[in-house]
Ligand binder design. Sequence first.
Ligand code: IMP
Length: 193
Amino acid sequence: MTELIFATHSDHKVKEIMAMMPQQFTVKSLKDIAWIEEIIEDGKTLEDNALIKVRTIHQRLGKNCFAEDTGLEVNVLGGEPGVHTARYAGEHRDTEDNIIFLLNKLENKTDRRAQFRTVMSLILDQKEFLFEGIVRGHIAEKKSGESGFGYDPIFIPEGYDQSFAQLGSEIKNRISHRAQALQKMLAFLNSID
Ligand code: IMP
């Protein structure tokens, strides 16, 4: 039984990861270990931020842990918002405002291709590892659906004609950026078992 701390304050991410995690792993969230301190994510890349989170927890607790940082990368915006995805419309980090800001930027744009990219970081036995997951798709003209979180109501994955928020957690957790990064990390963990 491997115990891992998941270094995130996002209840949404915890819910998704817990739903996808095989039983042989015991995952504890920051809430489970009563860690309330904010972790300042001031890196220049998703990789930087994913590492900041695991290093913070590992330095203090010395335990095996993983984290992830996710960005939405829009082709016509040169990969924006990328590492700024959470605060695209400002430091108040409001999801509704972020969505409106992005939809305004894409007004009248026909090329709406985008991808979600997750970088998952792991510290295991004092060593660091990174795993990447990408799902390609496009940005809808308007919001639809209630499931998921963040930009899910405006992201339509390739091969589907509904948003992640309409498709629901079962499909999202099968094909998403986060699911793909997690599968790579699990394959690695199983390979060294
Ligand atoms: P962070 O990885 O917690 O910094 O999240 C960056 C931003 O991306 C936040 O605005 C999240 O709401 C958004 N985000 C992260 N993961 C997802 C996802 O799976 N679907 C939609 N939005 C997401």
